[in-house]
Write a protein that binds this ligand. Structure first.
Ligand SMILES: Nc1ncnc2c1ncn2[C@@H]1O[C@H](COP(=O)(O)OP(=O)(O)O)[C@@H](O)[C@H]1O
Ligand SMILES: CC(=O)N[C@@H](CCC(=O)OP(=O)(O)O)C(=O)O
Length: 259
């Protein structure tokens, strides 16, 4: 059987809406049950949880072009929130939805991390590692649930943006890539959904301040991934789990970022 692999990135805000992750995983469980030729890797964020944990610990936190500046002393909280709390809470939702997840971070998935830019502290970017375990997990019929915490070959911990982590994993597996965020689509200046975006349109929307913040990282990462994978990448919302099913069935919902 020729398997089609999907990397589904779920924004961490899904944990702040009761039952949202459970509903999303239930839809995924149904598709898995119906179509054995599709396999899934879920990559998750947790930015909102990191905000709360850092605030509770008395730290100020700031972002530079959508990336959280990550000083070394904040890493225990960042790693705890992402690879600990968010990962395990999502596992719980996946299990009760009927899936058999395996929680892990980028290292087990086959990616190493290196420092992105000195000024950003422990913000990492992915480089290919060795002997990733994702194919083995998938062959066992399990769903890898990957946090965006990275490790360097020198043992340093890194905070990788979860959109970038998902794109790196899609590239590693030559997989289809879907971003499930908290908006149904990328919106234009009049808050209307955009169904398709290419490089020139993206640059124009960023230059005019229509696409900002987390969405700027997401569309830039999507464009790079689409160009590398040589196919469209989708952005849709976990608030509409039926959209995920539609995308897995080849329908066109949300925003398609074209190479
Ligand atoms: N043009 C845009 N269209 C849609 N959302 C946008 C746009 N510009 C900025 N955003 C913001 O980006 C957010 C999604 O990015 P982010 O919070 O990083 O999501 P996630 O946590 O799912 O990765 C939206 O909730 C919205 O506030
Ligand atoms: C470097 C960087 O920005 N890391 C992100 C990782 C989590 C993330 O990306 O979470 P969402 O997908 O929920 O936004 C952060 O610390 O917020």
């Amino acid at each position: 059987m020729v398997m089609q692999t999907w990397v589904i990135k779920v924004g961490g805000a899904v944990l702040d809406t009761e039952d949202a992750a459970h509903a999303l995983f239930k839809h995924l469980a149904q598709v898995s049950e119906q179509d054995k030729a599709q396999q899934f890797v879920v990559v998750h964020g947790g930015g909102a949880l990191v905000d709360r944990w850092l605030n509770d610990a008395g730290f100020a936190t700031a972002k530079h072009q959508g990336l959280r500046i990550s000083p070394k002393e904040q890493m225990p909280y960042i790693v705890g929130a992402l690879a600990g709390c968010a990962n395990k809470q999502l596992m719980a939702q996946a299990i009760t939805a009927g899936l058999q997840p395996i929680g892990c971070c980028l290292y087990e998935a086959g990616l190493l991390a290196t420092q992105k830019l000195k000024a950003l502290g422990q913000v990492g970017e992915c480089v290919e590692g060795s002997s990733g375990l994702l194919p083995a997990m998938l062959a066992l019929g399990r769903i890898p649930l990957v946090s965006s915490v990275g490790l360097g070959d020198d043992g340093q911990l890194f905070n990788v943006n979860a959109d970038e982590a998902a794109a790196a994993i899609a590239s590693l597996l030559n997989a289809e890539l879907i971003f499930m965020t908290d908006v149904e689509a990328v919106l234009d200046g009049n808050k209307q959904p955009l169904h398709q975006l290419n490089q020139a349109q993206i640059e124009q929307l960023i230059d005019t301040g229509v696409i900002v913040g987390g969405m700027e990282v997401k569309v830039k990462t999507s464009l790079r991934a689409a160009q590398h994978l040589r196919r469209g990448v989708y952005i849709s919302s976990w608030q509409k789990p039926e959209n995920l099913v539609a995308l897995l069935n080849g329908a066109h919902v949300g925003t398609q970022i074209t190479p």
